[in-house]
Structures are given as structure tokens and as C-alpha cells.
Ligand binder design. Structure first.
Ligand code: ATP
Ligand code: TZE
Ligand code: MG
Length: 244
């Protein structure tokens, strides 16, 4: 595909490292640690509190927010509403990750309500993505063997990645958090989401070259997120026209 997405991604990665953006994560409790580690390795600064007393203050100090519904409960719903009031008030970008909305109709309804509150990007796996109606104002990212980035009629596919990524819990959640980190330095949400998924996909490929299974893949992936630079991205990026 024509377009300068790899070059833009390489340049954005350098900008991200220069800015060390703060990313507040309303993250499910299963994967808080790997998501924080992945953001730190890449060059962002994670925070995770979901306390209703503190969340507005944390979000006000952050450069971007990711809202992940993986371990939703009443307190987290309240924290999400407070966080979204703050991002709206301060005009900060945020990412919706409707994790496991395919397991739970009330969660899918809540995710659809949140889509109306104006995330810049929604990141979901294929089973979640198909259930939700993404407004044309929101960039949809559907992760899988190939990562689809779509907004209205515009779409592309990122073909980079490694199959072991799907065997490590939380790599999709980390993708959402990394998209938020890129949104902190790039307000064009389509470009930011594409750059984030290129970085994740190329880092996964690098990790896959030395990993022997999911256990050794996880630390190798962290190392790759730390070491990856503009040259690896422009050399390895595979961006194609989306098939659907
Ligand atoms: N078959 C595959 N080959 C290569 N990469 C894959 C494959 N399946 C998923 N991935 C990658 O793995 C990561 C997780 O994607 P997936 O769609 O499994 O998300 P998820 O189910 O929400 O993950 P989680 O809930 O564990 O965080 C993404 O970065 C995606 O690009
Ligand atoms: C396993 C699991 N259960 C709730 S969230 C989560 C991690 C992301 O899928
Ligand atoms: Mg998965």
C-alpha cells in the first residue's frame, strides 16, 4: 500500500520517547503488571489507580487514557465515568478496550454507551469487535493474525506480528495502552493507531526470533519494546489494503 505509514510510525516512536507520555490505565486486574511493564519498556509512564477519590486527579495529570472493561464491577464503572468526565473536560485522547464484552450482554451494552462518549480509538479482538457498532468518528482496531485499522470507509491491515503473541494473556490489552501512548503524541488517531500496531507487530516479530514458547516470548517482547527503533520499523513494516 502506498502512504508513508512506516516512516510516520518511526518518527512518532521517536517523538514518544522524547515526550515520555503519561498513560492512565483503567486496566483489568489480570494484566495490570504486564501492561505497566510494556508501557515502561516502550518509553511511556503508566499509572493504574481506579479509586473513585483519586481517578480524576490521575487522569487530569495524564496525557492519555485507556479504559479496559476486562474486570468490570460497580466501583470500576463509577471510576470510568469520572475518568471520562475529566478527559472530556481537558480534551485528552482516550482508548476504549471492551474486553470480554462477548461474554456478557450488559458489558456489551455498556461498551456501546462508552463508544458514544467519544474515544479516539476502540481496540478489540475479533469476537468483541463484531458485536459493537463503531461510529465513523472513532477509529476501530481489530487485532488478530492481521491487525485491521478502520475509520468509516478507510481501512488498512498490518501484517506484522508473531503467533505467540496470542498465547500471552494481556498482549491485546497492552496494544490498547500503547495506542493511548501514541495518541498522546499524535492527534491523528488513524495514524497513531497504525503506528502503535506497527510497533507492537514488529516488536513481536523480533521477540519471536529468539522465543521458545509463550514463557520466553513475554520477556523477549518486553526487551524488543525497549530496543526497537525507527530502522526496524521502516525495514520490517508490512502494511496492506484491508480485505474486509
Ligand atoms: N494469530 C496471530 N498471529 C500473530 N499475532 C496475533 C495473532 N493473534 C493475535 N495476535 C496479536 O496478539 C495481540 C493480542 O491480540 P488478540 O486479538 O488475541 O487480543 P485479546 O484477545 O484482546 O488479548 P488479551 O485479552 O489477552 O489482551 C495483538 O497484538 C495481535 O496483533
Ligand atoms: C483473562 C481475563 N479475564 C478478565 S480480563 C482478562 C485478561 C484480558 O483478556
Ligand atoms: Mg487473546
Amino acid at each position: 500500500m502506498s502512504g508513508d505509514f512506516p516512516e510516520q510510525a518511526a518518527e512518532m516512536l521517536q517523538r514518544l520517547r522524547g515526550a515520555t507520555p503519561r498513560v492512565h490505565c483503567l486496566m483489568n486486574t489480570v494484566v495490570q503488571k504486564p501492561v505497566a511493564d510494556g508501557l515502561s519498556a516502550l518509553g511511556a509512564i503508566p499509572s493504574m489507580t481506579s479509586s473513585v477519590d483519586e481517578v480524576s486527579g490521575f487522569v487530569a495529570k495524564a496525557d492519555a487514557l485507556v479504559v479496559n472493561l476486562g474486570t468490570l464491577d460497580d466501583q470500576r464503572r463509577q471510576a470510568i465515568r469520572l475518568a471520562l468526565d475529566t478527559v472530556q473536560d481537558k480534551a485528552k485522547p482516550w482508548v476504549l478496550d471492551p474486553a470480554h464484552c462477548d461474554y456478557s450482554p450488559p458489558r456489551a451494552t455498556f461498551a456501546q454507551e462508552l463508544l458514544a462518549r467519544g474515544p479516539a480509538v476502540m481496540r478489540a479482538n475479533a469476537s468483541e469487535f463484531v458485536l459493537l457498532s463503531v461510529p465513523d468518528t472513532v477509529v476501530g482496531v481489530r487485532t488478530g493474525a492481521s491487525d485491521l485499522v478502520r475509520q468509516g470507509e478507510r481501512s488498512l491491515a498490518i501484517e506484522n506480528g508473531h503467533a505467540l503473541t496470542a498465547k500471552v494473556t494481556g498482549t491485546g490489552c497492552l496494544s490498547g495502552a500503547i495506542i493511548a501512548a501514541f495518541l498522546a503524541v499524535e492527534r491523528d488517531a488513524f495514524q497513531a493507531a497504525t503506528a502503535a500496531m506497527l510497533v507492537v507487530g514488529v516488536a513481536a516479530e523480533i521477540a519471536g526470533e529468539t522465543a521458545h514458547g509463550p514463557g520466553s516470548f513475554e520477556p523477549a517482547f518486553l526487551d524488543a519494546l525497549d530496543r526497537i527503533g525507527p530502522a526496524e520499523i521502516t525495514k520490517r513494516a508490512r502494511v496492506a489494503h484491508a480485505q474486509d
